[in-house]
Design a protein. Structure first.
Length: 366
C-alpha cells in the first residue's frame, strides 16, 4: 500500500498544492513584473510588455486547466460513488468496484465498497445459517409427526388383536380349554410386541432428545456379545442360529451399555427373523488407535437391492405381513443406525458375496 501511495499520479491534495503554488507564482510574478515595469518604465518596450502579458496569461491558463482537470476527475469519481451508493441502498450485489481514480477519494470509495461487501457476506452467511437451522427444525417436526402417526398405526394392531381375543373369551364361556389357551397365548404374544414397540419408541426418543442425557462409560463389548450369543443358544431349534465371533482381546468401547446392547441385539434378532440362514458372523478389528471396525452378517438370502437404501428407515418393512407375524416393530434397524451415529461411528449395509446380509460399522475405542 505504501508503494501504491508513492506511485499515485495525482491526488486531490497534491493537485491543490500545485494549483495554489502556480497561483502564488503567478501573483508574485505579476507583482514583481509590475514593480519592475514602474521602476524601469522608460527602458521597457512594447515587446517586453507583451511578453509579460502573455506570460501571465499562460500561467493563468495552466492553472485553469489544472483546476478543470481536477474538477472533471472529482465529478467522475462522485458520479461513480453515487451509482454505487444507489446500488447499496437497493441491496444489490457489487461484484467489482468502478474504476475509481488512484487518489484519496478513490481510496475512500474502494474502502466503502469493501466494507459493504463484507457486510453483505456476513448477512448472507447469517441468512444461510438461519435457513439451515429452520430446515433442520422443520425436518425434526416432520419426522416426529411421521413417527407419531406410525406409532399410532402400529399400536392399533396388537391392541385390536388383544381386545378381540379377550372379547371372544368373555363372550364364549363354554370355549374349549385348547382354544382358550391358544387365545391367551396369542394375546400374550401381542402384548409382548406392544411392550417391545414402546421400548423401541422410548429408545428412539432418547436418541433424538440429545446426547447430553445419555451417559457413556468404558464398556466390555465382548461380554455384551457373549451374553447375546448365550441367549440365542437357548432359542427353539427352528429359530436358533450359530453365532461365530472373532474379536480382539479386551475389546473396550467408549459408549452407553444399553445402546451398545441394542445394536447387537437388533442386528442378531433381524438375522434370526428374516435371513433364513443358519449362521451369524460377528467380527471386529482395530483399524486405528481410536476406533474398531465391526461387521455383523449372516449366510441367509440377503435383501433385494431395491430395499437396501431404505433398510434403516423407521417402520420400513420388506415383507409387512411377515414382519408383524414375527413380532417386529419396524424400528430395530433405525435404532441401530442412530445408536451407531450417537457413538460417533458410521454404518453401511450390503449383500455378502457368499450370500446373506452384512452390516459394517465403527465404534470408538475406550
Amino acid at each position: 500500500m505504501a508503494t501504491d501511495s508513492k506511485n499515485k499520479t495525482l491526488t486531490y491534495k497534491g493537485g491543490m498544492y500545485i494549483l495554489l503554488a502556480l497561483l502564488i507564482l503567478t501573483l508574485v510574478g505579476g507583482v514583481i513584473t509590475y514593480r519592475f515595469s514602474l521602476l524601469n518604465h522608460e527602458l521597457h518596450s512594447e515587446l517586453t510588455d507583451e511578453i509579460i502579458f502573455y506570460s501571465i496569461i499562460g500561467l493563468a491558463s495552466v492553472a485553469t486547466a489544472l483546476a478543470i482537470m481536477l474538477a472533471i476527475r472529482l465529478n467522475r469519481n462522485l458520479k461513480s460513488l453515487k451509482r454505487v451508493s444507489e446500488a447499496m441502498e437497493n441491496g444489490a450485489d457489487i461484484e467489482s468496484a468502478p474504476n475509481f481514480a488512484n487518489d484519496e477519494l478513490g481510496d475512500m470509495s474502494r474502502h466503502i465498497i469493501d466494507l459493504y461487501k463484507r457486510l453483505r457476506q456476513a448477512s448472507s452467511d447469517l441468512e444461510r445459517e438461519h435457513g439451515v437451522a429452520l430446515h433442520e427444525h422443520q425436518e425434526k417436526l416432520r419426522i416426529k409427526r411421521q413417527l407419531t402417526n406410525n406409532i399410532n398405526h402400529e399400536l392399533k394392531t396388537p391392541v385390536a388383536a388383544i381386545q378381540g381375543y379377550l372379547e371372544t373369551l368373555i363372550n364364549n364361556r363354554d370355549i374349549s380349554d385348547e382354544e382358550r389357551t391358544s387365545f391367551i397365548e396369542k394375546s400374550y404374544a401381542h402384548s409382548q410386541r406392544l411392550s417391545q414397540l414402546l421400548h423401541d419408541v422410548s429408545t428412539i426418543t432418547r436418541l433424538e432428545d440429545g446426547s447430553s442425557r445419555i451417559e457413556c462409560e468404558s464398556v466390555d463389548l465382548g461380554s455384551i456379545i457373549e451374553e447375546i450369543r448365550s441367549d440365542i443358544a437357548l432359542l427353539p431349534d427352528d429359530r436358533r442360529m450359530r453365532v461365530n465371533v472373532s474379536l480382539p482381546e479386551n475389546m473396550m468401547v467408549k459408549g452407553n451399555p444399553t445402546l451398545l446392547t441394542s445394536i447387537f441385539k437388533n442386528l442378531t434378532d433381524n438375522a434370526i427373523a428374516y435371513s433364513g440362514g443358519r449362521d451369524i458372523y460377528i467380527n471386529a478389528t482395530l483399524n486405528n488407535s481410536d476406533a474398531y471396525t465391526i461387521t455383523v452378517g449372516d449366510n441367509g438370502i440377503g435383501v433385494d437391492e431395491d430395499h437396501i437404501g431404505h433398510i434403516f428407515e423407521r417402520f420400513y418393512r420388506i415383507d409387512k405381513g411377515r414382519s408383524r407375524k414375527l413380532g417386529g416393530t419396524g424400528l430395530g434397524l433405525s435404532i441401530v443406525k442412530n445408536a451407531v451415529l450417537f457413538h460417533g461411528g458410521d454404518i453401511e449395509v450390503y449383500n455378502r458375496k457368499t450370500g446373506g446380509l452384512e452390516f459394517k460399522f465403527t465404534l470408538p475405542k475406550a
